[in-house]
Design a protein around this ligand. Structure first.
Ligand code: SF4
Length: 331
């Protein structure tokens, strides 16, 4: 296994912010923003799967969309293979979209219901000009083979497939343009557990075969445990912890990560786990708490937590945590 220093960074995100303006109900009120992603930085290494986890509204999907510029980020830098993505014009960005693909949660919504699989795959190849017209049919059959669909699928429409098969079409479409990095946004969340496992295994095999890098966004820790190399935990628009998967699942350092992990069902009924129940709801991202954003729900909060925002620091090698007193907390 390569050390962190030997790994090549494919994507570098620095101080990324994504604020959305809130409609004012009075002209006398100051302008307010939903701070969906608020100053986050991380690197993604070539060939790895980095998962982003957290509750709904933590900013994980917004991060993926901002990287792809599906929503234009408010501030920050995103470098893909050293290239400043946010500085690209429309034409340059369209060209880059071949390298950066996305697989969404709901394949039915992301596939055009009026197009056959053939038209869907053809369109992707035509836009990115990756395969010459006469060779496209062969390429389509090859793609269907990779994702486990038959050649007859080409002339069928999305509604004629099951949810798992539709997700396979979505994966084939992403592969059609020879991507290097795929953002999987809750890609298996809408599927039954047995189908989830099949799609996750398919993604893992394709990753090996095509040397793909995945940014895997999910709220489901069991799924994340299956597919990740590293895991990044977000809370209310901030990164609170990043570590190798085993390290994070074995020794979570942040109280929020500890609470999240304690909620994973244990398959063995003889094993008991102390479940950490967090008090209260997630605060509003329009007016997040000062200091540590988790202090309103943290069972270990001290006075400093209300005043000062903790920085993300490396407490154990390659294990980063954003908590003032993480070294003193029980693991
Ligand atoms: Fe809890 Fe304080 Fe650590 Fe935040 S900084 S996680 S409030 S102990």
């Amino acid at each position: 296994m390569k050390t962190a220093a030997e790994k090549k960074i494919i994507l570098q995100v620095d101080h990324l912010k994504q604020y959305f303006p809130v409609k004012k109900d009075s002209i006398f009120k100051p302008k307010a923003y939903v701070k969906a992603v608020d100053d986050i930085s991380f690197a993604l290494y070539e060939g790895e799967t980095l998962s982003i986890v957290g509750e709904s509204g933590c900013g994980k999907s917004t991060t993926g969309r901002a990287i792809l510029r599906l929503d234009e980020p408010t501030d920050g830098k995103v470098h893909y293979m050293g290239q400043d993505i946010l500085g690209l014009n429309k034409k340059e960005m369209r060209k880059l979209r071949g390298d950066l693909q996305v697989i969404f949660q709901d394949p039915f919504a992301s596939l055009n219901p009026r197009q056959t699989v053939k038209q869907i795959l053809n369109e992707a190849m035509a836009i990115q000009e990756v395969v010459e017209k006469p060779k496209r049919k062969d390429r389509m059959l090859e793609l269907l083979g990779y994702v486990g669909l038959s050649a007859e699928s080409l002339d069928r429409y999305p509604h004629e497939f099951s949810g798992g098969q539709r997700q396979r079409i979505g994966i084939a479409r992403a592969l059609a343009v020879d991507p290097k990095l795929i953002i999987c946004d809750e890609a298996v969340s809408a599927l039954d557990v047995s189908i989830q496992a099949q799609i996750l295994n398919l993604l893992k095999n394709l990753q090996k075969q095509f040397k793909l890098t995945f940014l895997f966004i999910s709220h489901d820790l069991s799924v994340v445990r299956h597919i990740s190399d590293r895991v990044m935990v977000m809370y209310l628009g901030k990164v609170v912890e990043i570590a190798e998967k085993k390290e994070l699942f074995d020794s979570p350092l942040h109280p929020y990560t500890q609470a999240l992990l304690s909620s994973i069902p244990v398959p063995d009924p003889t094993l008991k786990r102390d479940r950490v129940i967090l008090k209260g709801d997630v605060p509003s991202p329009i007016d997040p708490p000062g200091g540590c954003r988790f202090h309103t729900r943290c069972p270990f909060a001290v006075e400093k937590c209300k005043q000062e925002e903790p920085s993300l620091r490396e407490l154990v090698k390659n294990h980063f945590v954003s908590c003032h007193i993480a070294e003193d907390l029980p693991v």
